[in-house]
Design a protein around this ligand. Sequence first.
Ligand SMILES: [Zn+2]
Length: 298
Amino acid sequence: MPIPVYTHPDCLKHDPGSGHPEASARLRAVLERLGRESAVALMEAEPAALTSLRAVHRESYLATLEGLSAKGGGALFLDTILSRDSWAAALGASGAALAATNHAIIRRSHAFAAIRPPGHHALSGKGMGFCLLNNVVIAVRHAQAAGLKQVLIIDWDVHHGNGTQALVETDSTVRYVSLHQYPWYPGTGAANERGVGNVFNVPRGPGKPRSLYVGDLWAAIIAAVTDWKPDLVLISAGFDAMAGDPLGGFTLEPEDFAEWTTRLRKQLPSTPIVGMMEGGYVPERLAEGVVAHLRALE
Ligand SMILES: [Zn+2]
């Protein structure tokens, strides 16, 4: 059965400015590639409802995002920049993440969200590092409201998901496993940051052999799921950990994401897996990574 991939056309309209690495060309390359992929069914999601966002984000922050977009955009924080369509894009991205999660909850099968802007750096009341809304934690709260008891988040983006960690680190029903370059942006993600025992950080230096990154993330996943069975796996699927990415120094190839995906399916055969796009700044490489992950999910 083809894997449903949810997206929203407004995701292409968010424009942080010319020369900004988080460009619409990224998602355009992914969608073009997926359009030629028989293993994939592309679907348009509804924008997220505000009630879903309020489970994670402060009301005042949401109002700031909406208001700044309505005024034509501007810098929210350092390199977190909004344009007129950024609020609509963020709602579309979260909506697609929620639609993919709903598919997993209802059909008990895998799905993916092809989205931008990304989410894992976003805090409750602050956007950071190209991220406006924390899509993966919005999906977690939705799944919990639907009755799922335990959710595993795997974050293989080359950057640490500081926002995700901050939002779940006191919730023992959620486990967060992250492989990331360290020390590197955003500075968090040391191995001794353990939350309430539910955070599994795998900080590593750049330029190591691929097999080291693959093996070390897998060991952390096994540690997280030993005697703890998730009802849902959400993947913060960044592809900036691939060799040649301008924003990271890892050495991964598309087959490595396929390898993790295949191992996850074997390890947790009855648990649905939902991937959602985070980083990845060489558009063609990002598309290759997404396709490798999806073919392993099919
Ligand atoms: Zn990243």
